[in-house]
Ligand binder design. Structure first.
Ligand code: UDX
Length: 438
């Protein structure tokens, strides 16, 4: 099928590449000419395992191309996906100006007799699809189209495998013609397709991400009780996770959730539920618990080092999770900046995120020493803090690290190390929600 995707960010670019991989012809549209130029030169603006090969292969096979023209995209596609940013506003509600602008632009180029399915893939509050349809109709009364909601559930760091093997495809549509086309697009993915009305599909995305955030805050609250009582949250999570109704996924205690989805989506769901007159207070508690995790962690470091000013502290990890270079809303970055604000001398290492952290002004390289290897960050350190669970850290030469450190204190913010191994290596090891192994 001929598809067009407006917006070449994480969702748009990965979706475009995966649709092309299963045989569709895809045009990715972006209004950022620099990004389009880069993509046309074969440069991928984001780091995502497997994406580069996928893009190169499908461009070479002429199934994938990039343009800045919405008209070009719409003229050559039956189905048009919208995958533009929906950033948060200061009150937590979603800024829908990019979506509205794209709807107007689509209205401006849709020609009479040119039926198109307009699919919203961006994460939006319930009832946005209705507004997109109204807007297109208002600016082009002859337009023939249906609006469909098709939320995307990919995770950063495993976006390609997530998209190629989804648990489910959600299609919110009230038109049989549009639904049939959507089923055709997704047929090669061999995943169950749930067809709902437009509003339900939009709500599924916010409800799913909020539920996963709730699971994380739940286990983090349990971790605090474990710390107070001497229980081990990893065992508790295993024990409750073995109940199939609960499941072990997303029960990893640590520094809390970050990234560009969970914090934003929980806030947006709180905002939309309030706007609809049905406030969702439970989610406010989810946010509150999440916000306490970092302070609890720093308190633990303070508890051991007493004063942080002038202390040499190594931090491993800057990205909001492993296998990505994304440092937006990263708890690790917040940790580094809080330590710097308290006067600590911080050395940090991240396999992928350091460059972007500096480029985006999230870390001041004059105040934080960024190192080329994890061990270098630990030279003379009085404590090592693990903030992101990159595999590289579990495989690091910890005996060497111990030699390089001034005092062998390790604070593991993601329960990434084995406490027994750490003890045998001679570290004083603190995890989250686990008894300290001294
Ligand atoms: C999330 C959703 O998983 C995905 O379906 C949606 O499309 C976008 O938002 P993503 O933000 O890429 O994906 O990452 P995810 O792996 O879900 O992790 C989000 C955050 O939660 C990370 O900061 C991670 O460290 C944290 N997390 C995750 C935990 O603290 N504990 C867990 O058990 C799982």
């Amino acid at each position: 099928m001929d598809l067009c995707i407006i917006g070449s960010g994480y969702v748009g670019l990965v979706s475009g590449a995966c649709f092309a991989e299963v045989g569709h012809h895809v045009i990715c549209v972006d209004n950022d000419q620099k990004k389009v130029d880069k993509l046309q030169r074969g440069e991928i603006p984001i780091y995502e395992p497997g994406l580069e090969e996928l893009v190169h292969r499908n461009v070479a096979a002429r199934r994938l191309r990039f343009t800045n023209s919405i008209e070009d995209g719409l003229d050559h596609s039956q189905v048009v996906f919208i995958a533009v940013p929906t950033p948060p506003q200061s009150d937590g509600s979603v800024d829908l100006t990019y979506i509205e602008r794209v709807a107007r632009e689509i209205a401006g180029v849709l020609k009479p007799g040119q039926y198109r399915v307009i699919v919203d893939k961006s994460t939006v509050p319930v009832k946005t699809g209705e507004k997109v349809a109204d807007t297109i109709r208002r600016y082009n009364k002859d337009a023939e189209f249906d609006v469909v909601s098709n939320p995307e559930f990919l995770r950063e760091g495993c976006a390609v495998p997530d998209l190629m093997n989804p648990d489910r495809i959600v299609v919110g549509s009230s038109s049989q013609r549009a639904t049939d086309l959507m089923k055709q697009i997704y047929e090669p993915f061999r995943a169950p397709i749930l067809v709902t009305d437009l509003n339900s599909a939009e709500l599924i995305k916010h409800a799913a991400n909020s539920f996963l955030s709730l699971k994380i805050s739940y286990i983090n609250a349990v971790a605090a009780i474990c710390e107070a009582s001497g229980a081990d949250v990893e065992m508790v999570a295993d024990g409750i996770g073995m109940d199939k109704r609960i499941g072990r996924n997303f029960l990893n205690a640590g520094l809390g959730y970050g990234g560009s989805c969970f914090p934003k989506d929980v806030k947006a769901f709180i905002a939309i539920s309030r706007q609809l007159g049905t406030p969702f207070a439970l989610l406010e508690e989810v946010e509150r618990i999440n916000a306490t995790m970092l302070d609890r962690f720093i308190d633990k470091v303070r508890g051991a080092l007493w004063v942080l000013k002038d202390k040499k502290i190594a931090v491993w990890g800057l990205t909001f999770k492993p296998d990505t270079d994304d440092v937006r809303n990263s708890v690790a970055i917040e940790l580094v900046n809080k330590l710097v604000a308290e006067g600590a001398q911080v050395s940090a290492y991240d396999p992928k995120g350091a460059e972007k952290a500096v480029e985006w002004g999230l870390i001041d390289p004059t105040k934080v020493r960024l190192t080329k290897t994890p061990a270098d960050a630990t030279d003379g350190a009085e404590a090592l803090l693990l903030a992101t669970e990159w595999k590289e850290f579990a495989n690091a030469d910890l005996a060497e690290v111990k030699k390089r450190m001034h005092t062998p204190l390790v604070f593991d913010g993601r329960n990434h190390f084995n406490p027994e191994t750490m003890r045998q290596l001679g570290f004083t090891y603190y995890a989250v929600g686990r008894p300290a192994a001294v």
